[in-house]
Design a protein around this ligand. Structure first.
Ligand code: ZN
Ligand code: ZN
Length: 279
């Protein structure tokens, strides 16, 4: 029997996923999933295509996002479900984030040039097919130019903090992201809590207005899953889950590797519609 369920964490080519939204929906239907949430990094670019691909089928696509935020040098990811992806304030914010990435990319190239490396901005921009420039793209160009032999080495030698090509990035704080998700009518959920470096701070993080916590996640151990489930109960949070599918490159994170029952989606929806009281 195929286990029917919903994968609440997937990426498309709109950010750093391998499949287009349309391909992803087709694959999910093929896998026997009942639905997916599209949660690209800092963009809603894949949402409309995915919704269109599911139209007329008994398959649910949840418009979502995953914000990368910074909290004291710790990267905290904030998921937003059932966001109004046409919300003008949200769109403005996303534009600002994207712009700052471009500017950051250009700055990195300038700094590398100043350090004596021949790196061409157009080459970097071409790497970012979807327009979202990041350090991995610059790193790839450095590998191709023969300055380093791997992406990891590029970060170590040139792009990491304190290295000659490092440029800090404009980032939201987790609280900003929670606020922005709510402002766009969405439900904020803390992504993969098991990946937080400072686990002892988790209970503090959970007081920042999250409505859910991503309990089920391929990288979480059984013990972690159990513990996060307990936290969800204690803090009155919805326990969500998803695979963080990006393509076939991450073995553990295959599509459907972590899922939730449809009832969880209903809970998120009830919260959005105000049928459950908002904390
Ligand atoms: Zn993440
Ligand atoms: Zn993700």
């Amino acid at each position: 029997m195929i286990y029917m369920a919903v994968d609440l964490h997937t990426h498309t080519t709109a950010s750093d996923g391998a499949l287009s939204p349309k391909q992803l929906v087709a694959k999910a239907i093929n896998c026997g999933l009942e639905g997916i949430a599209i949660t690209d990094h800092d963009t809603i670019g894949g949402v409309e295509e995915a919704l269109a691909a599911a139209r007329g089928k008994s398959f649910i696509v949840i418009p979502g996002i995953e914000f990368s935020t910074d909290w004291n040098d710790e990267e905290v990811h904030v998921l937003g479900y059932f966001i109004d992806y046409r919300n003008s304030r949200l769109l403005q914010l996303l534009e600002k984030l994207e712009e700052s990435r471009w500017r950051r990319g250009q700055k990195m190239v300038r700094k590398l040039n100043n350090a004596g490396l021949t790196v061409d901005w157009n080459q970097v921009a071409a790497m970012a097919e979807n327009g979202v420039v990041g350090r991995p793209h610059v790193a790839q160009v450095l590998v191709e130019a023969g300055y380093v032999s791997s992406i990891a080495e590029a970060f170590e030698k040139y792009l990491g903090k304190g290295r000659p090509g490092y440029v800090p990035r404009f980032k939201l704080t987790p609280r900003d992201a929670v606020r922005e998700v709510k402002n766009a009518g969405g439900i904020p959920v803390l992504a993969h809590p098991g990946l937080l470096k400072r686990q002892e701070k988790l209970t503090e993080v959970l007081t920042w207005g999250f409505a859910g916590i991503e309990v089920y996640y391929p990288e979480h151990s059984k013990e972690q899953t159990k513990y996060f489930n307990k936290l969800a109960e204690q803090h009155n949070l919805i326990a969500t889950g998803g695979s963080d599918y990006h393509g076939e490159t991450r073995e553990k994170n295959f599509l459907g590797a972590a899922t939730v029952a449809k009832e969880v989606v209903q809970k998120l929806l009830d919260l959005r519609e105000g049928r459950i009281q908002w904390k």
